[in-house]
Design a protein around this ligand. Structure first.
Ligand code: BGC
Length: 783
């Protein structure tokens, strides 16, 4: 008998015997889907319950399987985790996989010639820069389709932590420094993904704004900063999209691990916001499995054996009420019940990758931000011969690293994209860069551990003579500055946020050589986050933030550079002049507070506690720059177009606020090219009792494609919560009496129309209780 037959035969045997067992038992035992969840829970043994709340482990390359990290099932290779199955009660194992820029699974499988590539979409920062919720929903629909067709049940995304500091290593996965845009982008992508009948896990809940010591850092923040900045985006997403799951974060908030915090996971998330879904930990997050159960963190991922033992013991010795465990179990069962695995969906393993690539390209086009465009440098109409400098022109960065990375089939580089659009790329530069990159990559040490980051190839020093030759031979120069970052590590100030000496020299030399010949220089920034621009921007005629646009990056850029599409992206995060201007600069990434060494990741890593104090309070990003008159290099909400838009006719529905006011404004394309405009509504609130930022974003919209002279009227609704601040003393959202100004503009600084209205008396929008209270006093920034 050959081996293949044996295997097939034994599978048939196994399957029929389990079917038999199931049909036999289904007569007597409750079955998920047929009986109520309550009945199924009642039929579970304690051991089954405990195994269900602890995931099936994870294979970590380089670490022994079994033991500390358990052993996951290989249902979908490369998926981040699975849950325990209980066939006798009809409970299958479900599969969860990353991540925010597209599904992350293994692209190739052993003994299988097929491939399992997924589409790499633009990173979070770029999706937010589209300010286009309908488009983001479409991205979600495409990602969700891949999740479903590859047999995954829950996507571990989107991620929406606030860009507190530009050095945050995972800012690329996150959306913005502002919770309103972060919340609305999240809601849109969640609705898109979940429209496929698969789940999401909005993460990392909450205040996970750095990677440094992420599993042992205590975030010390005021209730007000937490409520107004770090929780609001989650609140919007929970209320408007009901994500199937929420992922708690690694950090402590005011002394308590988020995954062990009843305040956060039960009182705020469930009681205040009405969340009905399930909460899982981040991978190996938190410490005390029993406290996690009590807090309402239902599922521990990826799951390690000691957690099983601890929970079982606690129920047996009475320190964990079985009713609490039952609630956790019931929430997981509810998730399983909705999963495509439970519904026995016959996934194809063949999502329409071509169609999704087109969605990725369209999204990337809309998120590109034009920061500077002197003398109509762009679009490139007459210039055809392009000299492309910078490593990343040839080796484009589609996205960040770690769990936010996608195993894509290809990445279109800038030069490929321009080539596809009919530009003639300098043929001498290409092999020079390609050889240099290949040689440098060969020299790099292999990562010792699976999540060790390989530093990017340093910028190639370009020969001055070569640059001068290219200035004669080409029509225009493009330099791409590339940045990559990812999980486990924050970015660095030097050679990362700040440009390197080699990059500066390249910019200066190319600028001088091309300008001497009357030709222009365009600088593209291929990044997931913010970089310093003030020191070099004067050397460039045009600056384009290309972000990390996913696998179609080069094609999307060519669409914008050629003028096929008019850029309409705007910054959802400020670009400061210098790092020292960042309000959290002196409080990032915190200080070590203990010498005690603690074991992490089931014993695979060690570390000591640290603390980061959010002394800047509510003054993050533009809230700080505008209130304290610190001029950024490019402000929040900023982005240019190839056309001009004029704003007129701001009308408020009333001068006196009772329960809501509408504000309408007319946007006219007053230029010569068709284009779309992002319209931003800011509100300035009176500050009688509470300190207030000069203004805060309270609404945004993107117009349709407006032809020259065409207009569109945009209407915003302003409700009481839009006017309210969190009053810590009163533990309430309060809109203070007084004069409010609605400001509609092109950016946080380019306000075009204003109108004011009056709130006659204080409005308590929502009465809450004091939760997540800091244990120490915080020397918070005040205006
Ligand atoms: C990350 C999560 C991710 C998980 C599973 C963790 O390291 O923080 O965002 O979903 O791994 O891969």
């Amino acid at each position: 008998m050959n081996k293949k037959f044996l295997t097939t035969a034994s599978i048939i045997l196994l399957a029929s015997s389990s079917l038999l067992a199931q049909s036999k038992s289904s007569n007597t035992l409750p079955q998920l889907g047929k009986n109520s969840i309550k009945e199924v829970v009642a039929a579970m043994t304690l051991e089954e319950k405990v195994k269900l709340v602890v995931g099936m482990g994870m294979k970590i390359p380089g670490a022994s399987t079994g033991g500390a990290v358990g052993q996951t099932q290989d249902k979908v290779p490369g998926a981040a985790g699975t849950t325990f199955s209980i066939p006798r009660l009809g409970i299958p194992s479900i599969v969860v996989a990353d991540g925010p820029a597209g599904l992350r699974i293994q692209p190739k499988r052993d003994n299988d010639t097929k491939t399992y590539y997924c589409t790499a979409f633009p990173v979070g920062t770029m999706l937010a820069s589209t300010w286009d919720t309908a488009l983001v929903r479409k991205v979600g629909m495409a990602i969700g389709n891949e999740v479903k067709e590859y047999g995954v049940d829950v996507l571990l995304a989107p991620a929406l932590n606030i860009h507190r500091n530009p050095l945050g290593g995972r800012n690329f996965e996150y959306y913005s420094e502002d919770p309103l845009i972060a919340g609305y982008i999240t809601k849109s992508i969640v609705n898109g993904i979940q429209s496929n009948g698969v789940g999401t896990s909005i993460k990392h809940f909450a205040a996970n704004n750095q990677e440094t010591n992420r599993m042992l850092v205590n975030t010390v923040a005021s209730e007000r900063a937490l409520r107004e900045l770090y929780l609001t985006g989650f609140e919007i997403a929970i209320k408007q999209s009901q994500p199937w799951t929420v992922m708690s974060s690694y950090n402590y908030i005011n002394g308590v691990y988020t995954s062990e915090s009843n305040d956060l996971l039960t009182k705020i998330l469930r009681k205040e916001w009405g969340y009905k879904g399930m909460v899982m930990t981040d991978w190996f997050g938190g410490k005390d499995a029993v406290a996690q159960m009590k807090a309402g963190n239902d599922l521990l991922m990826p799951g390690i054996p000691p957690q099983i033992a601890a929970i079982e013991e606690a129920v047996k010795n009475g320190s964990l009420a079985e009713s609490v465990l039952n609630t956790n179990v019931a929430r997981i069962l509810n998730l399983v019940l909705h999963s495509s695995t439970f519904k026995q969906y016959k996934f194809s393993n063949q999502p329409d990758l071509k169609l999704h690539a087109a969605v990725a390209r369209a999204a990337a086009v809309e998120g590109i931000v034009l920061l500077k465009n002197e003398g109509h440098t762009l679009p490139l109409v007459s210039a055809k011969k392009v000299a492309a400098f910078g490593n990343t022109s040839y080796n484009f960065i589609a996205g960040g690293t770690g769990s936010g990375d996608v195993n894509k089939a290809y990445t279109v580089s800038l030069v490929e994209g321009l080539n596809n659009t009919g530009y003639i790329l300098d043929a001498e530069l290409k092999p020079i860069y390609e050889h240099y990159i290949a040689d440098e990559k060969a020299k790099q040490p292999k990562p010792k551990f699976f999540f060790e980051l390989v530093p990017p190839v340093p910028e190639m020093p370009a020969d001055k003579g070569l640059i001068e030759k290219k200035a004669i031979e080409s029509d225009v120069a493009i330099i791409t500055i590339g940045r990559i970052s990812g999980e486990f590590q924050d970015r660095k100030l030097e050679n990362d946020f700040n440009i390197s000496a080699t990059e500066m020299e390249l910019i200066k030399n190319v600028s001088a050589a091309f300008h001497a010949k009357g030709k222009k220089l365009i600088v593209l920034v291929n990044t997931g986050g913010v970089i310093e621009t003030a020191s070099w921007r004067d050397y460039a005629d045009a600056i384009v933030i290309a972000w990390q646009g996913g696998q179609e990056s080069g094609n999307a850029l060519a669409d914008v550079l050629s003028g096929k599409v008019n850029p309409s992206g705007k910054l959802a995060t400020s670009f400061p002049v210098a790092y020292s201007d960042v309000p959290s600069a002196k409080n990032f990434p915190g200080k070590q507070t203990s010498n005690d060494v603690e074991m992490l990741i089931g014993g695979l890593q060690k570390g000591s506690k640290s603390e980061v104090v959010y002394e800047e309070g509510i003054y993050v990003g533009y809230r700080y720059y505008s209130t304290f008159n610190v001029k950024p290099a490019y402000e929040f909400g900023y982005g240019l177009s190839y056309t001009n838009f004029t704003y007129s006719n701001l009308k408020l529905s009333s001068n006196t606020f009772t329960d809501k006011i509408t504000a309408s404004v007319t946007i006219t394309n007053s230029g010569k090219t068709a284009g779309k405009e992002v319209v931003e509504l800011y509100i300035s609130a009176p500050s009688n009792k509470l300190d207030k930022p000069t203004e805060e974003l309270k609404g945004f919209a993107k117009t349709r494609l407006l032809q020259p002279n065409e207009s569109q009227t945009i209407t915003f609704t302003i409700d009481a919560r839009s006017l309210a601040s969190y009053d810590t003393k009163a533990a309430a959202w309060v809109a203070e009496a007084g004069k409010y100004t609605a400001k509609v503009g092109k950016s946080s600084m380019l306000i075009q129309q204003t109108g004011s209205f009056n709130v006659p008396k204080d409005i308590t929008v929502q009465q809450l209780t004091n939760l997540l209270v800091p244990q120490v006093s915080i020397n918070e920034l005040k205006h």
